[in-house]
Design a protein around this ligand. Structure first.
Ligand code: DMJ
Length: 636
């Protein structure tokens, strides 16, 4: 457990309160580590993560992995039921019970891992068994058993509900209940009566979150749901501003008006605080702009312009700065990456700046954002289309060779596509750059695990790092959105993007099915195992489910969304809001923070997933990376 809890501690003590794009990676770096007992300090700010050597357990070269990590499908039952079938089977039985016999498939030995112990929540332990097969048989017969570990020397069989991780152990054989490609739903969830009832349930959850925030921290940044304290890292009513458009979309008119009054009377856009430029843009500026787009109330645009003005010292030059004191204009970089800019951050202001220009008719805002992309386009990365996550803000040279569609990299790729859509699908620079990136991602990073799960790995040096962040789960939504808008002139390419979107989304859903709720990061070793055990109420999977539902109208995306929603309710809800988890396997490990993106993103996407024909949809709006919708026709 040491490694797992080490990473938990890292997250719990992350240097800054916000856990956006790069919190996970940030937790792997420098300065904070020395404060933690038993964790060696890492003197090099941009060093690789502390958890080393894990990739060694995946045996194939990148070239082979992109065709399938195992190189064989023999371990995956051909008739394995899909997650959707299993959700169906579970939902059909009122009040729960075991899945129907027809969906329980037993497979043979190739699934077994020798000299490996699965740790997790035990269902039952200490049964006698003669062989691993017999132990597996006991698992099949035992309600809630999903994995087993067999002790060879003692002939003992241990049955587990969840697999929180694996560790070496001599004379042990571990394996899943069966070898199907998809995890069965053992924990059962009630079906919703109708999409409208589901949307109502989401509305109820949002009200619980908003009500708690309003009661204890109205106008402050974030709520501590356990202690009822407040966090003020930004001094700009972060949760309130981030929630404005959700209040509007959910029809909470009274609450919206109250929040608007606070914005007009109390929002100060020059707090004497050193804030993250990226987070301020996507959450605060984005929140104000989408509130303006939806309500057309000028107060939001006035505040947005004032805030953009106080941010502008950080936006000049080729590469935006990472931090700024909005009162003094003093700029700087992140303490944990003092000589580097983050590629996701420098590529995630264009959508906001575009809308600001449309609404204000002041061209220079859009120029700030567009110039950065033109600059990147001129500095070809070592691997065509894949941008290293760190760039030198002065020389513009790429630093290190970490490539990620998760932490540190994600929304650069997202904004290339979204800018092409917002600009009337005419700007070829954005389209070309996006298509080059996605092709490179599919060629170099996309892997099928030996369980049949597709994932987007990361690259370090010349090798793949077989991990996937929950943050990466935005990518299925991005790919489906691009396909929907026909980003490629070749329809086969669009179809391929949609297929990859659906495949990776299934893996993201599996991240919720295998544990009580999804962990922050998983590794493929080659089985999907826990990487980082925290849960921060993140939206990326439900974001993708919303887009996939809009694009395909396949009801399975709604079913998944409903199960995930219930997991939020079951595992994160507390009396005064929603807490995070330091360990997804331990309900007692609640962390005292309710993230603003829970209200801005998770509940908005869930609500829109169930709402019939929402007017805020993927044809009329482009969502910024914090789920703030910008109207596509704003410039007309
Ligand atoms: C949000 O702040 C944004 O979605 C950002 O782009 C990435 N991460 C967080 C939520 O997980």
């Amino acid at each position: 457990m040491t490694l797992v809890f080490t990473s938990v501690l890292f997250m719990a003590y992350a240097p800054e309160g916000l856990r956006g794009h790069h919190a996970h990676a940030r937790a792997s770096f420098g300065s904070t580590s020395s404060a933690l007992p038993g964790v060696a300090s890492n003197p090099t700010p941009l060093a690789p993560p502390l958890v080393a050597g894990r990739t060694g357990s995946v045996r194939r070269s990148p070239a082979i992995q992109s065709k399938g990590a195992s190189g064989s499908t023999s371990q995956v039952s051909k008739n394995a039921p899909s997650t959707s079938d299993l959700v169906d089977a579970a939902m059909k039985r009122p009040g729960g019970g075991r899945p129907a016999a027809s969906v329980v498939k037993r497979a043979e030995g190739p699934c077994f891992e020798r000299d490996t112990d699965y740790y997790g929540n035990d269902v039952e332990g200490g049964h006698d068994a003669e062989t691993p097969e017999e132990c597996q048989e006991q698992c099949v017969k035992t309600d809630k058993c999903n994995y087993f570990t067999f002790e060879v020397d003692r002939n003992m069989c241990w049955l587990k509900n969840t697999k929180l991780g694996r560790r070496p152990g001599k004379q042990l054989v571990s394996g899943p209940r069966n070898c199907s490609a998809r995890m069965e739903l053992r924990d059962l969830y009630e079906h919703y009566e109708s999409p409208a009832a589901a949307a109502d349930a989401v509305l109820g959850a949002f009200k619980h979150a908003w009500g708690s925030y309003s009661q204890y921290c109205f106008g402050q940044d974030e709520l501590r749901p356990l202690s009822r304290g407040c966090i003020n890292e930004f001094g700009m009513g972060l949760t309130l501003v981030d929630s404005l458009d959700t209040l509007y979309i959910l029809g909470l008119d009274e609450e919206f008006e109250k929040a608007k009054l606070w914005v007009s009377k109390n929002l100060r856009v020059k707090p004497h605080k050193q804030v993250s430029v990226f987070e301020t843009i996507i959450r605060v500026l984005g929140g104000l702009l989408s509130a303006h787009g939806l309500s057309q109330d000028k107060i939001f645009l006035d505040k947005a312009l004032a805030l953009a003005n106080s941010l502008s010292p950080a936006l000049t030059g080729n590469i935006p700065k990472s931090k700024i004191n909005l009162a003094t204009g003093q700029i700087g970089q992140h303490g944990w990456a003092p000589n580097a800019a983050i590629i996701a951050e420098v590529g995630s202001l264009q959508v906001e700046m575009w809308y600001l220009t449309q609404a204000s008719r002041e061209q220079h805002w859009n120029d700030y954002g567009e110039h950065v992309i033109q600059y990147l386009d001129g500095r070809k990365p070592p691997i065509h289309g894949l941008y290293p996550t760190f760039i030198n803000p002065h020389s513009g040279s790429y630093m290190q060779s970490h490539i990620s569609f998760g932490a540190l990299g994600d929304s650069l790729y997202e904004y290339l596509l979204k800018m092409w859509i917002l600009k009337g699908k005419k700007d070829d620079m954005y389209r070309r750059m996006y298509l080059e990136s996605i092709q490179a991602m599919m060629d170099k990073l996309l892997v099928k695990s030996n369980e049949g799960l597709w994932y987007i790995a990361e690259m370090r040096g010349n090798g793949l790092d077989h991990k996937m962040d929950h943050l990466t789960c935005f990518a299925p939504g991005m790919l489906a959105l691009g396909a929907h808008h026909k980003v490629s002139k070749d329809d086969e390419v669009n179809k391929k993007h949609l297929k990859v979107a659906e495949d990776v989304a299934e893996t993201c859903v599996q991240m919720y099915m295998r544990w009580p709720i999804s962990p922050e990061m998983v590794r493929f070793t080659p089985y999907m195992t826990m990487g980082t055990a925290t849960n921060f109420q993140r939206p990326e999977t439900v974001e993708s489910l919303f887009v996939l539902w809009q694009v395909t109208k396949d009801p399975k995306w709604r079913k998944y969304g409903w199960v995930i929603f219930q997991k939020f309710e079951r595992h994160l809800r507390v009396e005064h809001g929603y807490a995070s988890l330091n360990h997804v396997g331990d309900p007692g490990s609640k962390a005292d923070k309710m993230e603003s993106f829970l209200l801005a993103e998770s509940y908005k996407y869930l609500y829109l997933l169930f709402k019939e024909n929402p007017s805020v949809n993927i044809d009329s709006y482009v969502f910024n990376t914090e789920a703030h919708p910008m109207p596509v026709n704003a410039g007309q």
